[in-house]
Write a protein that binds this ligand. Sequence first.
Ligand code: ATP
Ligand code: TZP
Ligand code: MG
Ligand code: MG
Length: 268
Amino acid sequence: MEKSKVHALLKRVREINPLIHNITNIVVANFSANGLLALGASPVMADAVEEVDEMAKSADAVVLNMGTLNRESLEAMIVAGKSANEQGVPVILDPVGVGATSYRTEAASKLINEVKCSIIRGNAAEIANLIGEKWAIKGVDAGNGNGDVFALSMAAAKKLKTVVVVTGKEDIISDGQSTNSVQNGHFILTKVTGTGCLLSAIVGAFAAVENNYLDAATAALVFYGVAAEIAANKTDEQGPGSFQIEFLNQLSLVSSSEIDLYGSFHTK
Ligand code: ATP
Ligand code: TZP
Ligand code: MG
Ligand code: MG
């Protein structure tokens, strides 16, 4: 993929203003909605089992996030996911905290057995646990595992027959055949809760406008990482609060020329 495709997809998101239906966790709902708006997408948070079928049908992408999962939200995710599958609407899964408890691990298995996910995005521990490989996890945060994330993303994509994104210092995106890596991002993203969840929502916005999901996810990660780098630079030394606000600004401001200047990604 060329940088020109990142520009083109960003432009398309900003022009089309896709509707992103999120069933997400209580920690990040507001931040995710604001981040999607800043990008130029249109967020809706809806999790009542009575309405998710209808909402998912009218959406351009559905994002399922297991962060504060419970019986009702799991049921709503399955209904929304099936509805999206019937309509050809892409489904993005963020398996937050899978591996931390057996409930999350079992719920994730149920979800991926019943719903066809277009893209699954998580940290290395979450993705490893999703395919039955043990990898240390600390609550919702990646533990100190130091396995091969390239091999992990490829193995997970093959096993789950979908595009898998493993994020961390370097991000790896695989469809089981081709694998891309993205070097953009900044350490301070790990000091603001919900930056992984918002990323999954933004991956949804790119998947809404591009059905090559390997390219869509890669472009989303480059865009997101560049926005973070610029925001970190502008709020140098001020800490995560200032960064969080400036990051929202940059999600709306990042331009094609900044992507040309700072974007860093490769096909492995
Ligand atoms: P975790 O709970 O382990 O933090 P997460 O779901 O928040 O996981 P991350 O892996 O933190 O997701 O990814 C969110 C964003 O932060 C991605 O854009 C990723 O590239 C970036 N990121 C994470 N860690 C680093 C790091 N050490 N340096 C640079 N960027 C990072
Ligand atoms: N607890 C349950 S969900 C959640 C926390 C802290 C937010 C996790 O967000 P992220 O994006 O994975 O850091
Ligand atoms: Mg993080
Ligand atoms: Mg996460």
